[in-house]
Design a protein around this ligand. Structure first.
Ligand code: SF4
Ligand code: SF4
Length: 287
């Protein structure tokens, strides 16, 4: 549906504009058949919404430019990103598609609500909507302008013209290719050799590995999983005084508070992306 007999904006432009109005910084459209080429059965759009034909992917909630210049790492790790914005925007888009165009639509459940077994990959959907490509930094999707972004998605039975994946990968950046040729490493690999490894081949990612089991306890120290870990430690502690120290201590207090605010603010360590050249110009353009 790329035209409008009234001469107004196309349905695709209309839907994307609604996403931006709802707080996203970018929106793209992915075709279900593109996603199905990679997603395993059980994790495809049609498994979530019967008859899904298109996915409107919303992006936003990235750190502000100032957040990349904190006095110390901790403030950024406390307010670095907002996972709700892209999801909320997708929710609005789903209603908009139903009310304006009369097709069924449904927000894709995010990893936040799905626990350790996500219904579908928002990263894959974002790639197929042309919003960015996988990176060496733990496979996060990098957008050429913004760098790091977070994603939401609205699945719909409405046929929409897809944007499709980008022809040229965003990662590695030219600066990383030059560094690889000279030193055999890249800024992200150098920043976190514990969690990240990989190799560039002919200016592209040859292979990469992200050890999430090591990243999680380092990067998500005040998130929900940290709360579960500390709760277990407190329950296993037989000494009453020590148990009290765990539960009333500063670390557990921050973890509990992160539960209260998790829909708004909870972050990671960002070290792998701090020196990533993608999106750097934007991060440095303000006074
Ligand atoms: S978020 Fe932190 S711990 Fe995780 S891969 Fe990046 S630098 Fe390493
Ligand atoms: S630092 Fe370079 S190789 Fe690493 S994620 Fe950024 S662009 Fe990719």
């Amino acid at each position: 549906m790329s035209g409008d007999e009234t001469g107004g904006p196309s349905a695709e432009a209309d839907v994307k504009r609604e996403a931006i109005r709802a707080g996203a910084v970018l929106a793209g459209i992915a075709a279900v058949e593109d996603i199905d080429r990679f997603a395993p059965p059980g994790h495809r759009p049609g498994d979530i919404l019967r008859g899904a034909r298109s996915v409107v992917v919303t992006a936003g909630g990235q750190p502000t430019r100032g957040s990349w210049h904190p006095g110390s790492a901790r403030p950024q790790a406390s307010v670095g990103y907002n996972r709700s914005i892209a999801g909320n925007s997708a929710y609005r888009v789903a209603h908009y598609v139903e009310d304006r165009f009369g097709y069924r639509a449904m927000p894709c459940p995010s990893g936040q609500v799905a626990g350790h077994y996500p219904y579908a990959s928002l990263k894959l959907m974002a790639e197929m909507a042309g919003l960015g490509t996988r990176s060496m930094a733990g496979g996060v999707i990098l957008n050429e302008t913004y760098g790091l972004l977070y994603f939401g998605a609205a699945l719909t039975t409405m046929p929409l013209q897809a944007d499709g994946p980008l022809a040229t990968p965003v990662c590695p950046d030219q600066a990383c290719i030059r560094q690889w040729e000279k030193k055999g490493t890249t800024p992200c690999l150098e920043a976190c050799p514990t969690c990240l490894s990989g190799q560039l081949e002919d200016g592209r990612i040859g292979w990469m590995e992200y050890r999430q089991d090591l990243c999680f306890p380092r990067a998500q120290t005040t998130a929900m999983d940290s709360f579960q870990k500390l709760l277990l430690a407190a329950m296993a502690e037989s000494d009453e005084e020590r148990r009290k120290m765990i539960v009333c201590g500063s670390h557990f207090t921050r973890a509990v508070r992160s539960l209260a605010y998790s829909a708004e603010l909870s972050a990671q360590c960002f070290e792998c992306l701090r020196r990533c050249p993608v999106g750097r110009r934007r991060r440095h353009e303000l006074k």
